[in-house]
Design a binder for this molecule. Structure first.
Ligand code: KE4
Length: 431
């Protein structure tokens, strides 16, 4: 396997695009080497510009849950395209998508469609601050909620991967009201609430962290947040941009029965097209313009092509057996990885929920960013490149989650585990 054309492509890209990529985590910054440039993708497979084929476990960071270029989604977009790409005026498809989301997320009594998860989180925080007439927000270290200024504090994902959890260019005045606590540490949260009595507008949380690797909430943590928020008149915002329709059709709120006041969604609900959403209690969301004074807008919000893609994706995902098959495949992958790592005596822990998984070169358990950072990133780098050379494309960062699609077959999972066994051998030899 050679990567000559990707290397040339990266050289050309660097001359015109910061770091050669349009999103930092794509740059292989923490694993070293140049990223592979994708030529095309189909189902569970990516094909790079050098003609190499990979089983894909990034899935564009979540959206490609049906597999790439699903024929029914492509046809839905093509049909929509022939009727016009964008109107800047309401369409009935947007109402149908809002209804589909509301059916899966009853807590989202009103839904506003936007173009990215960043926009969704930014707007949700704005309306939370307006509703409570409070300025402070509480987030958790290692959680990533997009790149809005006030959220770039101890952020996860690319910021963490590149060791830039707090970004230059963000005025202190903007993050002065952003409080942080350690994930899964309810006592720490109680202390923050006590020190900021009746001043916190909203707690924003990834109900399973997917941006510091895969970190599950401990029993009682999310329930504790719900109680603390209710008691303090603080809103609870589940950022389900990654977990939504991924860990379960109804997200973590569906799995846990916890009803957040606000929710953000993205990725899967656009099926690969730029679409995200925020929503929640009617008495909160009706403050959003034009029904209320809280301003938020977007030229391409609710774009007809993205809506067609999202509607078809959610339709296919809700077919009988679809989600249970996805969950089964993911579990098979994680069990196989743990077994293979164990035979090579490696410090390794892995976990999954629905079609989302993660692993650390760490004996586990990993309950927080602080613990995730104790994982052996050097072992991850060796594993990542060893898998890449064998035709398995993992997230190019030790602090990201992985994603399986409906297109991943039993044979793909078995092939992946064969490669993992050899890659773990490389890791053990390199130790
Ligand atoms: P976008 O603005 O990238 O659409 O969504 C931001 C966002 C918000 N909330 C959560 C929980 C998220 O995971 C994300 C984006 N996730 C990253 C993957 N770790 C996107 C990949 C990237 O930044 O290129």
């Amino acid at each position: 396997m050679h990567f000559d054309k990707s290397r040339q492509a990266m050289k050309a890209a660097r001359a015109l695009i910061p770091g050669g990529v349009n999103s930092p985590v794509r740059a292989f910054g923490s694993v070293g080497g140049d990223p592979i440039f994708i030529d095309r993708a189909q189902g569970a497979y990516l094909h790079d510009v050098d003609g190499n084929k990979y089983i894909d476990y990034v899935g564009s960071w979540g959206p490609a849950i049906l597999g790439h270029a699903h024929p029914e989604v492509v046809e839905a977009i093509a049909t929509a395209m022939r009727r016009g790409l964008t109107f800047g005026a309401p369409t009935e498809g947007e109402t149908r998508l809002a209804a589909a989301i509301n059916q899966l997320y009853p807590s989202m009594e009103l839904v506003r469609l936007v173009s990215s998860g960043t926009e969704a989180c930014m707007a949700a925080l704005r309306v939370a601050r307006a509703y409570t007439n409070r300025d402070k927000i509480l987030k958790f270290s290692g959680c990533y909620h997009g790149h809005a200024d006030m959220l770039l504090v101890k952020a996860g994902s690319g910021a963490l991967t590149l060791g830039l959890p707090d970004s230059p260019g963000v005025p202190a005045s903007t993050t002065r009201d952003t409080l942080t606590a350690t994930y899964n540490d309810l006592d720490a949260v109680r202390q923050v609430f006590a020190a900021n009595h009746q001043q916190i507008a909203v707690v924003i949380v990834e109900p399973i962290i997917g941006n510091a690797g895969f970190i599950r909430p401990q029993p009682g943590f999310l329930e504790g947040l719900r109680e603390l928020c209710t008691a303090a008149g603080t809103l609870l915002l589940f950022d389900e941009v990654m977990t939504g329709c991924r860990v379960a059709l109804g997200g973590m709120q569906g799995l846990t029965g916890i009803r957040p006041d606000l929710t953000t969604l993205g990725k899967v609900i656009g099926g690969g097209m730029p679409l995200a959403a925020y929503g929640g209690r009617r008495d909160i969301l009706q403050l959003i313009a034009p029904s209320g004074p809280v301003y938020q807008a977007g030229t391409l919000s609710g774009n007809p092509l993205a809506v067609a893609s999202g509607l078809k994706t959610l339709e296919v995902l809700q077919r009988p057996q679809a989600f249970s098959d996805l969950s089964k495949r993911t579990l098979q992958l994680v069990h196989g990885l743990k077994a293979a790592a164990r035979t090579h005596g490696l410090p390794f822990s892995a976990d999954c929920a629905g079609g989302m998984f993660g692993f650390f070169f760490h004996p586990g358990p990993v309950h927080s960013l602080e613990q995730a950072k104790q994982s052996q990133v050097e072992l991850f780098k060796t594993f990542f490149h060893s898998m890449l050379r064998r035709g398995v494309y993992l997230a190019p960062s030790a602090f990201e989650a992985g994603f399986v699609s409906l297109a991943h077959s039993e044979a793909d999972i078995e092939r992946t585990l064969e490669c993992a066994n050899e890659a773990f051998q490389d890791v053990a030899a390199a130790r």
